[in-house]
Design a protein around this ligand. Structure first.
Ligand SMILES: C[S@@+](CC[C@H](N)C(=O)[O-])C[C@H]1O[C@@H](n2cnc3c(N)ncnc32)[C@H](O)[C@@H]1O
Length: 204
């Protein structure tokens, strides 16, 4: 099997890194990456935060390819790829300061997005951050014609996938105990949403 390669990861990693630098704190110890795909983001970002243990995860189908990137990179603070399906599994039994995920919410089915947000609410403690990168629509409108076309392509392939409404994501995150601290406009009609876990309360 060849090493998987995502050209989009090479294009978006610089702008994403600039935002991560604003929201990953020097005291943070662990970051969980959900839906890490090829692992290209993990091998690029992890060395930029050498004191942070970076845990890349994805469905088992992605792990072999990701392992190729991770093994080759030999980065001390980058952990081995682990299986994590947010619709079935809990997070690894560790305290995470940050959960980062890129381009996943429009791929996961909405019920799985909701399970993911519920897990975030259960497992992150006050002040921990959840960071979502990808396309979103606002007030029922796509942010560009290309995003509308992308949404159609996604739905033709899998009717339960598709670009999510920011309002749905935001309402679910609030319900699970988070506040939105930043919504960045990113290149290529993407967004980067930064959430912070509020004081812990038991959420449904
Ligand atoms: C478009 S790829 C994004 C990969 C990478 N983060 C990037 O930005 O290039 C979407 C990823 O979400 C993962 N994914 C889909 N459903 C998932 C689930 N239920 N739990 C965890 N990951 C999931 C897929 O396996 C895939 O790797």
């Amino acid at each position: 099997m060849d090493k998987p390669y995502s050209p989009a990861c090479e294009r978006n990693r610089g702008p994403i890194l600039e935002v991560l630098k604003e929201h990953i704190l020097p005291t943070d110890e662990r970051l969980l990456e959900v839906g890490a795909g090829s692992g290209q983001h993990a091998v690029y970002f992890a060395p930029c935060f050498p004191r942070l243990e970076w845990f890349p995860t994805d469905l088992s189908s992605q792990l072999l390819g990701m392992k190729k990137w991770v093994d080759e990179a030999r980065i001390p603070n980058l952990q081995k790829p682990q299986r994590l399906d947010v619709s079935k599994d809990d997070f690894p039994k560790l305290r995470f300061d940050v959960v980062y995920t890129a381009n996943t919410l429009h791929i996961m089915h909405w019920k799985d997005c909701k399970s993911f947000m519920k897990l975030l609410g259960h497992r992150l403690r006050e002040g921990s951050r959840a960071i979502f990168y990808g396309p979103f629509k606002y007030n029922g409108e796509f942010t560009s014609p290309s995003n509308a076309e992308f949404d159609e392509t996604l739905r033709a392939r899998d009717p339960l996938s598709g670009i999510r409404a920011f309002e749905d994501v935001n309402n679910n995150m609030m319900k699970n105990g988070f506040e939105l601290v930043h919504d960045y406009e990113m290149p290529a009609n993407n967004r980067m949403l930064i959430y912070s876990r509020l004081k812990f309360e038991k959420h449904k």
